[in-house]
Design a protein around this ligand. Structure first.
Ligand SMILES: Nc1ncnc2c1ncn2[C@@H]1O[C@H](COP(=O)(O)OP(=O)(O)O)[C@@H](O)[C@H]1O
Ligand SMILES: [Mg+2]
Length: 302
């Protein structure tokens, strides 16, 4: 039985890179067991936050606590229970999956006999048993990502951090990867970053929206969607008026049909006489929250 509380607390973290840019500002977030999505556009600060959580980068301000220990001062307790799949995950093409995982296990200081047993189990978990002896150079993007997850799981981590793990995966591999994360989340804290709503829609029990280094909101997906309920509209416009509608409204979807384009729009009042309210999806909620974060940040005229 595990008795650790498994609690990750990010407290008012700021990160300023050389050159003056604040990649994170006043970032505060509490996470417990389960899959959590870190969702935001490119450049929002996701990788910056994840590198800080993985203790390979230090915050300029604020601190990070793992089960109450400040890991910016003493990273060891977190490092022992950490699994990390960086965004740019490189493998050695000459090595086989098994050789690569043995190598990483050795670097992590794991006992060789324990590691070998664990590698067999992990290859089976990520569905690579049959190709474990083949060279990584011949692996597809999806297979490499699964090797990446396997290496992150070598020490049976309590905190698993995966940075844009679905980039380069085909739709089927995405689904498989999502299911794998959901399986893994039972007794660990899993934080997955992505700029793609679909990656977190089905698996994340909470979603932290990040925009320009700031937390926009942190809530279960249902709650994010409730915030746009009654404000998502759909109707069909002629293709020729699409550009005009896009200028005027927050368009979250557009599907071509024989009679024009069926639009989804988030708006407080009906955008058109024939517009019908539809139930929101996470994409509507995401785009609306982001758009609000953008306008909130515009400084008032002097
Ligand atoms: N090593 C670095 N030095 C300077 N600026 C950086 C560095 N890494 C990231 N940035 C900047 O910090 C911001 C956040 O980047 P990043 O954390 O990579 O965002 P994301 O992962 O959400 O795409 C961006 O403006 C990026 O250009
Ligand atoms: Mg990134």
């Amino acid at each position: 039985m595990r008795v650790e509380p498994m609690k990750l607390e990010v407290q008012a973290v700021g990160k300023r890179y050389r050159g003056g840019l604040w990649a994170l500002e006043e970032f505060t977030l509490d996470l417990g067991p389960g899959v959590h999505g870190l969702l935001g556009p490119n450049g929002a600060g996701k990788s910056t936050l994840m590198r800080i959580l993985a203790t390979i980068s230090r915050p300029t301000e604020g601190c990070v606590l793992w089960d109450g220990t400040d890991v910016t001062r003493s990273p060891e307790p977190l490092r022992r229970v950490l699994g990390y799949l960086p965004q740019a995950f490189g493998v050695y093409p000459q090595l086989s999956a098994v050789e690569f995982l043995r190598y990483i296990a050795a670097v992590k200081g794991l006992d060789a006999a324990v590691a070998n047993r664990r590698i067999e189990a992990l290859l089976s978990l990520v569905n690579l048993t049959d190709v474990g002896r083949r060279r990584l150079g011949g692996f597809s993007g999806g297979m490499r990502q699964r090797v990446g997850i396997a290496q992150a799981l070598l020490n049976d981590p309590r905190l698993l951090i995966v940075d844009e793990p679905t980039a380069g995966l085909d739709p089927e591999e995405r689904v498989r990867f999502r299911n794998l994360l959901a399986e893994l989340a039972a007794d660990r804290v899993v934080l997955l970053s992505t700029h793609i709503v679909g990656d977190v829609e089905a698996v994340a029990e909470s979603i932290a929206l990040i925009h320009r280094g700031r937390l926009v909101c942190h809530a279960p997906p249902e709650e994010l969607m409730r915030a746009v309920a009654g404000r998502v509209w759909t109707w069909v416009v002629a293709s020729s008026s699409l550009a005009e509608v896009r200028r005027e409204y927050r368009v979250t979807g557009a599907v071509r049909r024989s009679d024009g384009v069926q639009l989804r729009v988030v708006a407080d009042t009906p955008p058109h006489g024939s517009a019908q309210v539809v139930s929101p999806n996470l994409e509507d909620a995401y785009l609306d929250h982001l758009a609000r974060a953008r306008t909130d940040r515009v400084s008032p005229p002097a």
